[in-house]
Design a binder for this molecule. Structure first.
Ligand code: AMP
Length: 187
């Protein structure tokens, strides 16, 4: 089963992705984690993306798409993909559609965790203390939210007419969201 978790930064995509990975023996495709790892390991990619990441800006599509492509074509991960943070633009959504088609896969479920701006700001301020992410400062959070509204939210139009698209109130508690996801995937 391949699943996309969609929503603004701080919606809880990562938390639910980790749950689904355990439940379905899946593989979490968190582009944010993959990119942070490149920075941590100080790779050539890491050096190229560090400024954009710290600034809350998108990393260039070529870099993100090539990292994604490797994962999608990895036979050990086929039909086990739990996307968290990808796609983030219409062009990424089109790229994903092509890659899945070319690897004989499809998206089984799309869960949109919908959360408003004030809840996001409160949650990310908390996460800043716990995870110490350099892009969780208030001005960067606000920038990331604006980028979400301008570039990522339009991706909803790409998916929301599909019968496997489900909107969930992302302001609910973690286990309430998990229960809703569980109910949909057993349908
Ligand atoms: P996240 O952990 O999903 O909040 O992502 C953290 C940061 O990684 C984002 O603010 C972007 O700088 C970068 N990033 C993550 N996913 C993508 C993506 N699909 N496209 C471009 N940049 C991304």
């Amino acid at each position: 089963m391949n699943i996309i978790l969609f929503g603004p930064p701080g919606a809880g995509k990562g938390t639910q992705a980790k749950y689904l990975v355990k439940k379905l023996n899946g593989f979490q495709v968190s582009t944010g984690d993959i990119l942070r790892n490149e920075i941590k390991k100080d790779t050539d990619i890491g050096k190229k993306i560090i400024d954009n990441m710290n600034d809350g800006k998108f990393v260039n599509d070529k870099i993100v798409n090539s990292l994604i492509e490797k994962i999608i074509f990895d036979p050990s991960k086929k039909d086990k993909l739990i996307f968290d943070g990808y796609p983030r633009s219409i062009s990424q959504a089109k790229n994903l559609e092509n890659l899945l088609k070319n690897s004989n896969q499809k998206v089984d479920f799309i869960f949109f965790l919908n959360v408003n701006k004030s809840t996001i700001v409160k949650r990310i301020e908390k996460r800043k203390v716990l995870e110490k992410r350099s892009d969780d400062e208030l001005d960067t959070i606000l920038k990331r939210y604006d980028t979400y509204m301008d570039t990522t939210r339009p991706v909803l139009d790409f998916y929301n007419k599909n019968s496997n698209f489900y909107e969930i109130d992302g302001a609910l508690k973690i286990d309430q969201i998990t229960a809703k996801i569980d109910a949909f995937i057993t349908v």
